[in-house]
Write a new protein. Sequence first.
Length: 126
Amino acid sequence: MLSFGLIGLGLLSFSLLAVGLIAIGSVSIGIISIAAVAIGIFTLGAVSIGFYSIGAVAVASRVAVGDYAYAPIAVGRTVRGALEFIDTSAARDFSSVNGQEVRQAILTQYPDTWSWIVNVMTRLLG
């Protein structure tokens, strides 16, 4: 159920290498994954790979937000996607990207997206 340590496997895992429903660690794989290298459905990390990803390098099958973003809906400074939202602010704080436009794009393309995911993905945007 709950895992701590060097290598963790559990529903909730906090480890250097974490695998679980919710995984938090240096490298993690899980439904919700938070790590330097995060892989899963909803991911947050320096290198983030998933369905919905936030990170310096974010690669997603649906929505990616990051300095480098690659996804059908991509938000960032360097983006590749069907719908691209490019951050042109000097501060690199996503203030030049309209959060409402991104929210609408997510809900139009992926209406089954849970509201908390949409909120997290658009919260940092201007």
